[in-house]
Design a protein. Structure first.
Length: 195
């Protein structure tokens, strides 16, 4: 499924990718999770992936704090993205790299947190297929213990919404998915842990 989704994403033209990404940002901004959040944890887009530029710009325009992931060994840690940060250096995979001096996010001190989760595929039951390294699953497992009311919404294109995503015990569920044409919110009362 990962290879298939990588091919699907790779076939989307740049102009179409930007416009559809903008429409995802508009739809996400209409959700309660977005409205309620004072802090948005947002991934930095790699090539051929939904662009998070409009999400970041929208969060800043709404007075929200934006934090982005930094790889730290086998984990990701979020750092606060300073206003005006643009045109970041990219790593060997083409992923933008946060500045070395950006401050760490004190997640336990954050009140209303929204995580925009990346993925190659999502389903309507709250499962997501990442790229296979487990970074977000490990992060979400830890973060939910620190911020129990945190919302996790997958952002993707409509082609990435599939009938069923393979999943296991360690995979963290998400509270919803937003595409350019559909919004699915399914926050469970027990905090979106695997049954």
């Amino acid at each position: 499924m990962r290879r298939h989704m990588a091919r699907v994403l790779g076939a989307i033209e740049d102009g179409d990718l930007r416009e559809r990404s903008r429409r995802v940002a508009v739809r996400l901004a209409r959700t309660d999770a977005w409205t309620d959040a004072d802090t948005v944890l947002c991934f930095l887009s790699m090539p051929h992936e939904i662009s998070t530029e409009a999400l970041i710009d929208g969060a800043r325009a709404g007075g929200k704090r934006v934090a982005v992931p930094r790889i730290d060994g086998d984990d990701i840690r979020f750092v606060v993205m300073p206003d005006g940060s643009k045109d970041l250096a990219r790593d060997k995979w083409g992923i933008p790299v946060p500045g070395a001096n950006w401050p760490a996010l004190a997640l336990a001190r954050a009140d209303r947190v929204l995580v925009t989760a990346p993925g190659l595929a999502f389903d309507r039951e709250g499962n997501r297929l990442g790229r296979g390294k487990g970074y977000y699953d490990r992060f979400l497992s830890r973060a939910r213990a620190e911020v129990p009311g945190m919302s996790v919404i997958g952002v993707c294109f409509s082609e990435q919404l599939v009938t069923e995503v393979p999943h296991g015990e360690r995979d963290q569920m998400i509270d919803g998915v937003v595409t350019e044409i559909e919004t699915i919110i399914r926050k469970s009362p027990e905090g979106s842990t695997r049954p």
